[in-house]
Design a protein around this ligand. Structure first.
Ligand code: KIV
Length: 266
């Protein structure tokens, strides 16, 4: 297989469902890429999963660039999308172009993701005009968590649903190659998918989307504390518990002199 491009991902609409995951470091990116996942997002969710912050808001450009470089080193085929952090593209289109340029030029990402609906069109146009592929993101947008008042399903009211459809159409016209739909009723996920000619990538937006994305820590059960139950997440493994058991076994074996055995010694 050859390298996935934004154009190829765009062309998958109606042909094949698109599988996407987040990854934040070399090892995980290598494994995700080897599994044939088509799109890897270096999500700003790394603020929580990798850096221990309570929200995505504090993560910086430097931190995102650092993780993006590690992911890029692990990937041969998947499209690597860097998530632009809070306040790295909000001030002006020129600020967005400058920072997105760093993800492409200095970190080696293939594309960037920005949150926001129709109001974000001037920024998206500026990025696309400058040769930077953009993944849109509407619905629940965690960078606006302060104004949204919490992690809630969006678009339940008819007016809100209509606005989200208009947002998606505006993003398509501005030139995005795909749109993430987060936390929407499944009927709305399907309606938006029908309304646009670019692929929709759902996270908690139902099976009617053109593709799906999950946060890798959630789907692998890689939590350090009991995490809030996210009903849209399917847990494919329980690596947190497996890791914890292995670590405790190692500690016991060191304490009892079981490890290292002769085979682990010179
Ligand atoms: O940062 C992230 O992981 C994301 C996904 C939830 C789409 O934006």
């Amino acid at each position: 297989m050859s390298k996935w491009t934004a154009t190829k991902i765009k062309g998958m609409k109606g042909q094949q469902k698109i599988s996407c995951l987040t990854a934040y470091d070399y090892t995980m990116a290598r494994l995700v890429d080897q599994a044939g996942i088509q799109l890897i997002l270096v999500g700003d969710s790394l603020a929580m999963t990798m850096l221990g912050y309570a929200t995505t808001l504090p993560v910086t450009m430097e931190e995102m660039l650092h993780h993006t470089r590690a992911v890029v080193r692990g990937v041969r085929e998947a499209l690597v999308v860097a998530d632009m952090p809070f306040m790295s593209y909000h001030v002006s289109p020129s600020q967005a172009v400058k920072n997105a340029g760093l993800f492409i030029k200095s970190a080696g990402a293939d594309a960037v993701k920005v949150d926001g609906g129709a109001f974000r069109v001037p920024t998206i146009r500026a990025l696309v005009r400058n040769g930077i592929p953009v993944l849109g993101h509407i619905g629940l947008t965690p960078q606006s968590i302060r104004s949204m008042g919490g992690y809630k399903v969006q678009g339940r009211k008819p007016d809100d649903a209509l606005r989200l459809i208009e947002d998606a159409v505006a993003l398509e016209k501005a030139g995005v190659f795909a749109i993430v739909l987060e936390c929407l009723p499944k009927a709305l996920g399907k309606d938006i998918t029908k309304a646009v000619g670019v692929p929709t990538i759902g996270i908690g937006a139902g099976a009617g989307c053109d593709g799906q994305i999950l946060v890798i820590h959630d789907m692998l059960g890689l939590q350090v504390e009991e995490a809030p139950k996210l009903t849209f997440v399917k847990r494919y493994a329980n690596l947190g518990a497996t890791t914890s058991q292995a670590l405790k076994k190692y500690r016991r074996e060191v304490e009892k002199g079981i490890f290292p055995a002769n085979v682990h010694s010179f």
